[in-house]
Design a protein around this ligand. Structure first.
Ligand code: GAL
Length: 702
């Protein structure tokens, strides 16, 4: 946690929307009583309160918020005070038409919903800065204030004329005011798209330019930059009155529209909103009407596989600020806006909440504290139901988490030490998505591919950081970089140096294809990685779903692998140029050709997995690598499928989270006696975890 906060304990709380209840004073005082019973010590207030604190321009009604802040303080609950920019009041729309967002079809939104403002509009920036200043001026010194919650889930891009001209200006800077440079980078002679004036450049649109992949990439970069600048504008206004209270903004995991690596340096603490669909049924369990990212379901409906995907995002969030603890800002205490609102089965709430802590969060927070009586989210899970009984299962589940977090207080601020880095890079994802080859059916799924390579480490209890191409790789033993399609300038050289100096790299098919402008490398794929990997890729064969090929492992290979594994969807036909072949293709015109290679380079090793395989292959391959490299595991024991183990530490005390994501009892052997922090008992020999059970063990002084 950022040292502005210096947490002595873990945080437990929820989004709190008292502005919806101002006509129910008895409910507001009841809320305070119930917060204490639920073990809540923090709430986020004011996220959607603009209309309640500035009902007309320049008239402020802070009295109710004063009462709320004072009330929270009176019971020792802290506030994350939000800036309200994610939805503007009606009067703003009435007066200032330029603030309306325009979508990619160039259609202006009407007033309504939320997150539908233009982030370039100077008027909108001014109005937001103004309300932020007022809030900061009034509450900077309030004893309940703990953190500024800047906006809510920045997301949608805007294509209005103001954004178009800001985009053109940004491009001028990027290409040194030299249009020829842009034309070269964007390969515009293709289909006679050469620009002769900066004003001809427009953002991608389904009715216009949707074929220029370089344009699509630069547009996404611009949108990230513009949103970050909007956020900085918000923060600057707050900072005029509130210098030493930390700021955060709640991110949406692997949301595809923004590069969160660019947000991280501008906030003091990373926070995110996590909404997995537990107990789902795979493909049918689509994400909700707000279209969350696909991390929130497993296509085969396995809770434990979904847990691994969620763990990946937690690890990503922790890694965004170099391992500093993050905040789980929102999660649901029961159900959310999915198509099927299946309730969490007993145990799952505690388990999934502690999973965030296990991966480096210092909080468990919910959307939301109390269900509204009306509105689109009135059936969304909340700590307090319409009938506000403390006997409700959800309330009891939440109170149980509150208790557990108290017992785990010493874990606050502890860190996770990782020897493995998994490379996940938003720009690379945009490059792959824009290219949409070698399959045009969405199966070139970068995000899922990265998670597939992460999962074996999750299963083995090996900690991973998630890094992007700009990271310092040198501190890791192993760098796993699946589908590194886009290699930005200097990255190939840094990966090469990493391996030369003793690092181990794992790369796959569809790597080293294009540069940061999506221009293909001309010196043979995998471009800047060719020498490090010791091979050249000649052609990538994309297979149909039912097509079968296989990777046949060569006998006596150094990793001790044996047998056959499926090769499916993508088979890269390669020429080893110094790399040793560990496995070959079984069938087709490339039967007998290399399918898995290892290149000795300097004092390091670079593996290349030429074909997409399955979970069994990933587990066997990475288990062998983990053995070879003596990678540290959270606990040296055999881990049953579905159980995940992580370790947080402050150097003196270790906190070992053992989590069972299967609906059956499972057990594992402990290498040494441990104290169970949740049960206050000593566990010796075998640890038994019930269905969706979790234990937190310690071996240190705590
Ligand atoms: C989040 C949002 C919350 C609430 C929640 C419902 O994305 O920040 O305000 O709408 O979804 O799941």
């Amino acid at each position: 946690m950022h040292d502005m906060i210096k947490l002595q304990h873990l945080l437990h709380g929820a989004d709190y929307n008292p502005e919806q209840w101002l006509k129910y004073p008895e409910i507001l005082s009841e809320d305070l009583r119930l917060m204490a019973l639920a073990g809540v010590n923090v709430v986020s207030v004011g996220i959607f309160s603009w209309a309640s604190i500035e009902p007309e321009q320049g008239r402020y009604t802070f009295d109710w918020l004063d009462c709320v802040m004072d009330g929270l303080h009176s019971i020792g609950v802290k506030a994350f005070l939000a800036t309200p920019s994610s939805q503007r009041p009606n009067w703003v729309s009435d007066k200032y038409p330029e603030v309306f967002r325009m979508d990619e079809r160039r259609v202006r939104n009407l007033h309504g919903m939320r997150a539908c403002s233009c982030f370039t509009s100077p008027v909108y920036r001014q109005l937001v800065a103004n309300i932020n200043r007022k809030l900061a001026e009034r509450y900077a010194k309030h004893p309940a204030l703990m953190l500024w919650h800047i906006s809510n889930e920045y997301g949608l891009d805007c294509h209005c004329p103001l954004c178009q001209s800001a985009f053109q200006s940004w491009l001028k800077e990027r290409y040194d005011h030299n249009l020829e440079k842009l034309n070269d980078a964007w390969w515009t002679p293709f289909w006679s798209h050469t620009y002769t004036d900066w004003r001809q450049i427009e953002s991608p649109s389904p009715q216009g330019e949707f074929g220029s992949q370089a344009l699509a990439l630069d547009w996404k970069r611009f949108v990230t930059k513009q949103m970050v600048s909007f956020m900085k504008n918000e923060i600057a206004a707050v900072r005029e009155f509130s210098r030493d209270v930390p700021v955060t903004t709640n991110l949406m995991g692997t949301f595809g529209g923004l590069d969160y690596w660019k947000f991280a340096p501008e906030v003091d603490v990373i926070s995110w909103d996590s909404y997995p669909q537990w107990h789902g049924r795979g493909e049918f369990d689509r994400s909700g009407p707000f279209g969350a990212s696909n991390y929130n379901r497993d296509t085969e409906g396995r809770d434990w596989a979904l847990a691994a995907d969620v763990a990946f995002v937690h690890d990503l969030m922790r890694s965004l600020k170099d391992g500093q603890p993050f905040l789980l800002m929102e999660s649901t205490p029961s159900v959310n806006c999915s198509w099927v609102q299946k309730q969490k089965r007993p145990g799952m709430h505690l388990l999934s909440s502690l999973q965030a802590i296990a991966h480096g969060s210092d909080s468990v927070m919910y959307f939301q504290w109390r269900k509204g009586r009306g509105g689109i989210e009135k059936f969304h899970g909340a700590v307090i139901d319409h009938f506000a009984s403390t006997e409700n299962r959800t309330f009891r589940d939440v109170a149980e988490v509150g208790q557990a977090l108290k017992m785990l207080a010493p874990a606050a601020g502890t860190r996770i030490d990782a020897e493995v880095a998994i490379l996940y890079d938003w720009e690379n994802r945009w490059g792959i998505d824009a290219a949409c080859d070698p399959r045009r059916d969405g199966k070139t799924d970068y995000e899922q591919t990265v998670r597939n390579h992460y999962r074996p480490f999750w299963r083995m209890g090996i900690a991973c950081d998630i890094v992007n191409e700009d990271a310092d790789f040198a501190k890791y033993k192993l760098l796993v970089a699946p589908m590194l399609y886009m290699v930005r300038p200097g990255v190939g050289e840094r990966i090469e140096a990493f391996v030369r100096n003793g690092g181990v790299l794992v790369a796959t098919y569809w790597s080293g294809i294009a540069d940061e402008s999506d221009l293909c490398f001309l010196n043979g794929f995998p471009g800047p990685l060719r020498q490090t990997l010791g091979l050249r890729s000649e052609e990538l064969d994309a297979l149909y779903e039912g097509d079968q090929n296989a990777i046949v492992i060569q006998p006596n290979n150094p990793l001790g692998l044996a047998g056959e594994y499926p090769a499916r969807l993508f088979c890269d036909v390669i020429h080893p140029e110094g790399a040793e072949t560990l496995a070959n293709y079984r069938d087709d015109y490339y039967a007998g050709r290399a399918a898995l290679t290892c290149n000795r380079f300097g004092v390091g090793l670079a593996y290349y997995i030429a074909a997409q395989s399955d979970e069994r292959f990933h587990l066997d391959f990475y288990s062998a690598l983990a053995r070879e490299l003596h990678l540290k595991r959270a606990l040296e024991t055999e881990i049953p499928e579905g159980v995940s183990i992580t370790r947080r530490s402050d150097g003196e005390s270790d906190f070992i989270f053992v989590m069972n994501f299967k609906p059956i009892t499972q057990s594992l052997k402990l290498p040494q006696p441990c104290r169970n922090l949740l049960g206050e008992s000593v566990v010796d020999g075998t640890l038994i975890l019930g269905a969706y059970g979790v234990s937190v063990l310690t071996t240190g002084r705590e």
